[in-house]
Design a protein around this ligand. Structure first.
Ligand SMILES: NC(=O)c1ccc[n+]([C@@H]2O[C@H](COP(=O)([O-])OP(=O)(O)OC[C@H]3O[C@@H](n4cnc5c(N)ncnc54)[C@H](O)[C@@H]3O)[C@@H](O)[C@H]2O)c1
Length: 261
């Protein structure tokens, strides 16, 4: 219960890491959660599961595109109307399209910059307006290890995530006088995520003519601690950074990547 009575907004919460963070924040005592995503039906199923698991937490599940200024403003407005405040933003929604640079189309590039960077900016800006009035708040971006080191055949994603770290550092400066902390979390490969389970293992296995298990072992071997990143690994840091225990930490980008650079 380290986040007792807080209100949090998590973007991209219909599946994957965002869903896991939403469950965890409810278990840590949040009184209200706003969840937004493009997949509205799936999001409602997640919201119902959280309310069953943590009956003291009320969940607002809203269709919302992080790149749409009106949707983002509306999510903040409805959060304040429903719960009276907004303590924590977890800017988690993100997309990836890996391709070698000469094969990356402008549309694919723009999509990744738009969701991963501009989407983060819009959500942080609207959340900060409320948090400034409150004189408190925490903004967390789910970034990536690819936000700190270039990524092979993945230039748009890496550029968008590097941008997110510049944005995090700058927002931390703008918002520190108002008691608002801003940090980025940079996970390693989340092998349990739909991205790996539904596409990447299968794609790489086909491309390299190897069984999926061999692909997993190849990626695990690049991690000094010898395993992939789990949702729990990331959630532990989300909870810590969102809590008062981290009250002297702002403007950071923290890797959760088992020692992988
Ligand atoms: N999966 C990994 O290995 C990994 C590693 C490091 C960082 N990350 C980061 O973690 C975050 C979550 O990744 P994931 O693996 O859970 O991905 P995911 O694709 O499973 O989930 C992302 C969610 O975001 C939603 N979304 C996409 N575009 C959106 C938009 N414009 N507006 C609102 N919602 C939108 C999707 O509908 C989806 O529900 C991302 O920021 C990603 O970059 C993932």
């Amino acid at each position: 219960m380290r986040l007792a009575n807080r209100v949090a907004w998590i973007t991209g919460a219909a599946q994957g890491l965002g869903e896991a963070i939403a469950h965890r924040l409810a278990r840590e005592g949040c009184l209200g959660l706003t969840l937004t995503d493009l997949q509205h039906e799936k999001l409602q199923v997640v919201a119902q599961a959280i309310e069953r698991e943590s009956p003291a937490c009320r969940v607002l599940a809203l269709y919302g595109d992080v790149t749409d200024e009106a949707h983002v403003a509306d999510a903040v407005r409805q959060t304040v109307q429903t719960f009276g405040k907004l303590d924590i933003l977890v800017a988690n929604a993100g997309v990836i399209h890996a391709a070698e640079v000469t094969e990356m189309t402008l549309a694919q590039w723009r999509w990744q910059i738009e969701v991963n960077l501009t989407g983060y900016f819009l959500c942080a800006r609207e959340a900060a307006k409320v948090m400034k009035q409150q004189g408190s708040g925490v903004i967390l971006q789910i970034n990536s290890k690819s936000g700190l080191k270039g990524s092979y055949k993945n230039c748009a994603y890496a550029a968008s995530k590097f941008g997110g770290i510049g944005l995090t550092q700058s927002l931390a400066l703008d918002l520190a006088p108002y008691g608002i902390r801003v940090n980025a979390i940079c996970p390693g490969n989340l092998f349990e995520s739909p991205m790996w389970q539904e596409t990447l293992f299968e794609q790489y296995a086909r491309k390299w003519g190897l069984p999926e298990e061999a692909i997993r072992r190849y990626y695990e071997a690049q991690v000094p601690l010898g395993r992939g990143c789990t949702y729990d690994d990331v959630c532990h840091l989300v909870v810590f950074l969102a809590s008062d225990e981290a009250s002297y930490i702002t403007g950071e980008a923290i890797r959760v990547a088992g020692g992988q650079l």
